[in-house]
Design a protein around this ligand. Structure first.
Ligand code: ZN
Length: 203
């Protein structure tokens, strides 16, 4: 399976990064070795001084497809989860400046925290998924998928022009405003609506 992540999909987050709005979804990938279950401990590696959290809604692909038109895209996902796209921001800024690829700052072990899945048809409104991240019991991020610059259907149409989507592939759909640095002994909790999906420690 592969993990596709969308960058810069919430306007207020793009503003906090001081970047222009993209014209099409921007995507990058993480390997399956980056997955970390959302109740496990994340250990901050010693090669970064700025490990940051990004809470995101994750869609699970449920059938094979290429060149998927937007109007059919909803047939290709069946469940959502919450994830953390953990990012070594100091290394990412260096990659940006030097025009280098992002794997070193985005694709390391444990960088794709993933919760249990919720079937889409169990959600009250699948076009308006509210989610938030609490760090040490203080809310640091709060988003709603209705604020995404590119919807999951836009994303599927775009990504499937370039690569075949397969059953079990995951799409992390970008983070809202409020990204910040993780510290040792942090406790992270994330909710989709009232449902607690992430509850983990940082060491
Ligand atoms: Zn992200």
């Amino acid at each position: 399976m592969k993990i596709i992540c969308i960058g810069m999909n919430y306007k207020a987050h793009i503003a906090e990064l001081n970047l222009p709005y993209p014209e099409a979804p921007i995507f990058f990938m993480k390997p399956d070795s980056s997955l970390l279950k959302s109740n496990k401990v994340f250990f901050i590696p010693d090669w970064t001084n700025d490990m940051q959290y990004e809470v995101e809604v994750v869609y699970r692909i449920c059938r094979l497809g290429k060149h998927i038109q937007k109007k059919f895209a909803h047939r290709y996902y069946d469940a959502v989860a919450l994830g953390l796209d953990l990012t070594a921001r100091d290394l990412q800024n260096e990659c940006r400046q030097r025009g280098l690829p992002w794997e070193i700052c985005k694709a390391f072990d444990g960088s794709a925290v993933l919760s249990e899945f919720v079937p889409l048809d169990e959600l009250p409104d699948k076009n308006s998924i509210d989610f938030r991240l609490l760090r040490n019991e203080v809310e640091v991020q709060h988003g709603n998928t209705s604020d995404m610059l590119f919807t999951i259907d836009d994303i599927i149409e775009h990504v499937s022009k370039y690569m075949t989507l397969k059953t079990g592939d995951l799409i992390y759909t970008g983070t809202p405003i409020g990204v910040g640095k993780l510290e040792i002994n942090d406790k992270l909790k994330a909710y989709m609506g009232d449902l607690k999906l992430i509850d983990m420690k940082v060491k």
